[in-house]
Design a protein. Structure first.
Length: 324
């Protein structure tokens, strides 16, 4: 989905066209010291169907401490560390005056220290990646307005057992897909400081910052196990349905379930994460595009639906496919 940022000591970090990759050597069972730098910056994001919208997003600076070289992304850069790693995330605040960044990762226990960074300042938060799972990192500043503007992203803590999301056979997988579920109300993004949140009405529904048909399909062969890592970065509880097969719910909020269960539709609460495993069936999928994975609330549109049937605004929204 998005490029992972996974830094460890004695590793060469390669920068290419603002995309960061990583080459890793050694056993994942060995704890490493990981340093990650993020900038909270202003920017724009493309809207499905055309146009752009202002955002506040996280980006990775090309040079240490230089937030002018960071580009805001929606969602923020995908971060990945190994279980047992000693992690420090430094967040630099390059937002407009009056907007302190409050960096948090629900489910992660940070070492004692400050959590906020004033405009122009930085904050470093450290923790031991003790429990594998899927985590949503975010800024809770301005009473949730910063997250609504796009200041959130995925943190993956990989299990010490390769190929198993939580170190158990039931969480084994062949293919991984990270799905950050998001929504945009352009009117809010245009004036985040003064907008009355009681009037918030999302009109764009996105997976990893994209609406269908621009969403990225998930490629997996029949018989392979697909790990779906859901992160709900929106304001609404979101129900995701998979047609033609079912998903086995194995973890919620980075905690392994005692009893996994099958579900055709699963609701991910706002701000929550969830992990499911899908075994791709051998038979023909219900669509020529594959097995549809979509928002059950039928948020399958891009833009305000002001047209009159049979000519409403074009479709899109939270829809992708698992393609055998």
């Amino acid at each position: 989905m998005r490029t992972s940022v996974h830094r460890r000591t004695r590793v060469l970090v390669v920068l290419l066209l603002a995309t960061f990759g990583l080459s890793c050597v050694g056993s994942s069972a060995s704890a490493a010291t990981i340093s990650i730098e993020l900038c909270a910056v202003t920017g724009t994001a493309p809207l499905p169907g055309g146009g752009t919208v202002p955002i506040w997003g996280f980006g990775i600076p090309a040079a240490t401490g230089d937030c002018s070289s960071a580009t805001a992304s929606l969602p923020g850069p995908q971060l990945a560390v190994d279980q047992g790693d000693l992690v420090t995330i430094t967040v630099r605040n390059a937002l407009p005056p009056g907007h302190a960044v409050s960096f948090e990762i629900p489910g992660v226990t940070f070492d004692p220290g400050p959590a906020d960074a004033a405009p122009g300042a930085a904050v470093s938060r450290s923790f031991t990646a003790g429990r594998p799972g899927t985590y949503l990192y975010q800024s809770g500043g301005n009473a949730g307005r910063q997250e609504a503007m796009g200041l959130s992203g995925a943190l993956l803590v990989r299990s010490s057992v390769p190929g198993q999301a939580y170190g158990t056979p039931g969480t084994a997988y062949d293919v991984e897909a990270v799905l950050v579920l998001m929504a945009i109300d352009p009117a809010f993004n245009a004036a985040p400081d003064t907008f009355d949140l009681q009037n918030y009405r999302a009109t764009y529904w996105l997976i990893n910052g994209k609406g269908y048909p621009n969403t990225t399909p998930i490629s997996a062969a029949a018989g392979q196990r697909v790990l779906l890592r859901y992160l709900n970065a929106g304001y609404d509880n979101t129900s995701m349905t998979l047609l033609g097969t079912h998903q086995q719910v194995v973890a919620r909020d980075a905690r392994l379930l005692t009893n996994a269960f099958p579900a055709g539709t699963e609701t991910i609460p706002a701000g929550a994460t969830e992990d499911t495993v899908v075994t791709v069936p051998a038979g023909s999928p219900p669509s020529s595009h594959g097995f549809p994975l979509y928002n059950r609330q039928l948020h399958l549109t891009n833009g305000p639906q002001t047209g009159t049937s049979p000519t409403p605004a074009t479709g899109g929204g939270m829809l992708t496919f698992i393609q055998p």
